[in-house]
Design a protein around this ligand. Structure first.
Ligand code: ATP
Length: 383
């Protein structure tokens, strides 16, 4: 790792429109960071700013330990694949791919070797002499990718590079991308709409929402430890169940029902000054039984979806507002049946209803406790 590649307090306006709002982002060199978020949230704009194609309105962009806000695009050592390919229409596939290398007066043998390698890697052999208009959308996209790969730049910026490929080709291209990364270790910033692609390709996920960075973390943390209601609902399908709850005297109150919280979760819930919360649980973590269990709440099955290998069971809890979905296998209750649902404590999520931010997780409380405990211990030993 080592060198600094980060974005601090970055803002960008298009006229009056505030497209990027105080975006902070620390990208680890040589890692793959996958940007994901709803359409229009600012993913491409951030990428274009890193590339030097948009002017920073406020804030700093650091690359290789230097602020590069005013460094022109061509001098940033980046290679970018655009969503719309941006191929030269009058040039053959071959010339599109090697154009940049020729412009840099690279040795002909080296150009040939790189060209051969990339044509094979991206399954473009035999298409070298065609013009872009003689290619399918997927083939054009691969030419754009090939043109970026041959440059072997330190920074590789990809804006939805696989969106036009069919499912099979997409999976193959995804593997090839990971292979390219293993070979050259570029710092790769990857924009996608596809959650699975982001989770499988990204060492870390940058989740954006309305021009802001909502969360930057590993795929596992983004899934299991979402920072906000938005993150919790955006990642995962079906998305996380979120119900309104209140915290009173050690218990979570959902409508007229009450669930005693374990001690560590009481401390987490107590951090919400209003006591008004959202409780979250992923569909695959909703446990159901026909008899009451410890810390269970009652509900009624409304309908069941058959997914072939599993079922989606919709359960109404305390009125229309709170409907949960449970994903289960095997024998399941039928519509109209009363069920008791419970959640293993480590699978629970609590959010402040006002800020919609996570109130934290047990391991964070334990870590904070340990941090407090060590100085106390040192003091005790010193005395
Ligand atoms: P998508 O997933 O649909 O590609 P995105 O997250 O990449 O979306 P951006 O292209 O970064 O979104 O756009 C962010 C916001 O900025 C959008 O609301 C968009 O309409 C706006 N925007 C982008 N380019 C311009 C521009 N040149 N002028 C004005 N507004 C723009």
């Amino acid at each position: 790792m080592g060198e600094k590649f980060n974005i601090s307090n970055l803002n960008l306006y298009y006229g009056d429109f505030h497209a990027l709002k105080d975006v902070d982002l620390s990208i680890n060199e040589k890692e793959i960071t996958a940007f994901i978020g709803p359409s229009g949230c600012g993913k491409s704009t951030t990428l274009r700013m890193i590339a030097g194609l948009e002017n920073v309105t406020a804030g700093n962009l650091w690359m290789r330990d230097q602020v590069v806000n005013d460094v022109p695009c061509g001098e940033r050592g980046v290679s970018m694949v655009f969503q719309n390919y941006a191929l030269f229409p009058h040039m053959s596939v071959k010339n599109n791919i090697i154009y940049g290398l020729k412009a840099h007066k690279m040795d002909e043998n080296e150009i040939d070797a790189r060209l051969k390698e990339v044509l094979k890697m991206l399954e473009l052999e035999g298409l070298e002499d065609r013009k872009p208009k003689e290619l399918s959308g997927g083939q054009r996209q691969r030419v754009a990718l090939a043109r970026a790969v041959v440059k072997r730049a330190d920074y590789f910026l990809l804006d939805e590079p696989l969106s036009n490929l069919d499912a099979q080709l997409r999976m193959r291209a995804r593997k090839e991308l990971v292979k390219i990364h293993e070979m050259y270790h570029p710092t790769l910033v990857y924009v996608t709409h596809d959650q699975i692609e982001a989770m499988t390709v990204g060492d870390r996920i940058a989740l954006m929402y309305r021009g802001k960075m909502e969360m930057l973390d590993t795929p596992s943390h983004v899934y299991n430890r979402p920072a906000s209601v938005f993150c919790a609902k955006f990642i995962g399908s079906p998305s996380m169940n979120i119900v309104e709850a209140e915290y009173h005297n050690g218990a979570l109150v959902i409508g007229k029902q009450k669930v005693e919280l374990p001690g560590i979760w009481q401390r987490i819930a107590a951090q919400c000054p209003s006591g008004l919360l959202y409780a979250g649980v992923r569909p695959e973590h909703v446990m159901m039984s026909r008899t009451p269990q410890e810390r269970s709440i009652e509900g009624v099955v409304r309908y069941v979806e058959d997914y072939g290998n599993r079922y989606g069971v919709y359960i109404q809890v305390e009125g229309d507002k709170n409907e949960l979905i449970a994903i289960r296998e095997g024998e399941i209750p039928q519509p109209g049946e009363k069920v008791y649902i419970h959640v293993e404590t480590e699978k629970l999520h609590l959010f402040d209803r006002g800020t919609e931010k996570s109130l934290g997780y047990p391991e964070m409380v334990i870590r904070a406790q340990e941090k407090l405990a060590v100085p106390k211990l040192e003091k005790a030993i010193a005395q």
